[in-house]
Design a protein around this ligand. Structure first.
Ligand code: PGA
Length: 253
């Protein structure tokens, strides 16, 4: 039985190392309190990775981005080789805030996917439509086929996909939130795309992300097709994140 996965995307928070360490300790303790029944992966800003990698825990450490080259003249960038030495096992790639705010295109994301896999880390590929009324099947086909194009067959099984409809990210309005039923239609589309692209049945974890909190996490994670959640805002709120871990830890796959 696979554990459900919870990925904490801290984005550009918190402001101090002391707060980052405190939040990380809290997340680790919450995992233990949940009997380690959920797989928790924390993705802090780069600058906190070294300090957090020294804290012994069952919590996985991830990064929120990386460059596709091993090293070179790329001012301001961080390479997969650099991340690896701090115990980073996962890298979020293709997050909507990087696609739309930092102008990352599908080709760049594809290069990053290959670089992360070549460095024995797991890419967490975020995909999803920007607006609620967009043709999401068309968008998902386009993103996934371009983002995983040219990846070796054996590496496909190492990928995690996060379906994050961009219109649901960081919202408190109920009408802008995704329902598990509507999300599941996208999960089916993603699975069909993968099977078609690879030419055989592919069973990699597909997570849901977009305003996940302690109130709605159970309704998503209780669906067998949903392997876990990618949590942004609620992951930097101790009370909320503690509840999310507690709820997910109690759900069996
Ligand atoms: P949110 O962010 O949970 O704050 O909506 C999710 C994400 O952007 O990964």
């Amino acid at each position: 039985m696979n554990k459900k996965i919870i990925i904490a995307n801290w984005k550009m928070h918190p402001n101090t190392l002391a707060e980052a360490e405190s939040l990380y300790h809290f997340s680790c303790d919450s995992c233990i309190a949940g009997g380690n029944n959920a797989e928790v992966i924390v993705c802090p800003p780069f600058v906190y990775l070294e300090a957090l990698s020294k804290i012994e825990s069952s919590t996985g450490l991830g990064a929120q981005n990386c460059h596709w080259e091993q090293e070179g003249a790329f001012t301001g960038e961080v390479s997969p080789v650099m991340l690896k030495q701090f115990g980073v096992k996962y890298v979020i790639l293709g997050h909507s805030e990087r696609r739309w705010k930092m102008n990352e295109d599908d080709e760049m994301i594809n290069e990053k996917m290959k670089a992360v896999l070549n460095n024995d880390m797991t890419p967490i590929l975020a995909v999803g439509e920007r607006k609620k009324d967009e043709d999401r099947e068309h968008i998902l086909i386009d993103q996934i086929s371009k983002n995983i194009g040219g990846i070796d067959r054996e590496d496909i099984d190492k990928i995690i996909i996060a379906y994050e409809p961009v219109w649901t990210i960081s919202t408190t309005k109920d009408k802008e939130k995704e329902t598990p039923e509507h999300a599941l239609e996208a999960f089916k589309i993603i699975k069909d795309i993968l099977n078609k692209l690879i030419g055989e049945e592919i069973n990699i974890p597909i997570l849901y992300g977009g305003s996940v909190d302690s109130k709605n996490v159970g309704s998503f994670v209780s669906k067998p097709e949903i392997a876990g959640v990618l949590v942004g805002g609620a992951s930097i709120n101790k009370e909320e994140f503690g509840k999310i871990i507690e709820i997910v830890s109690g759900i069996k796959s």
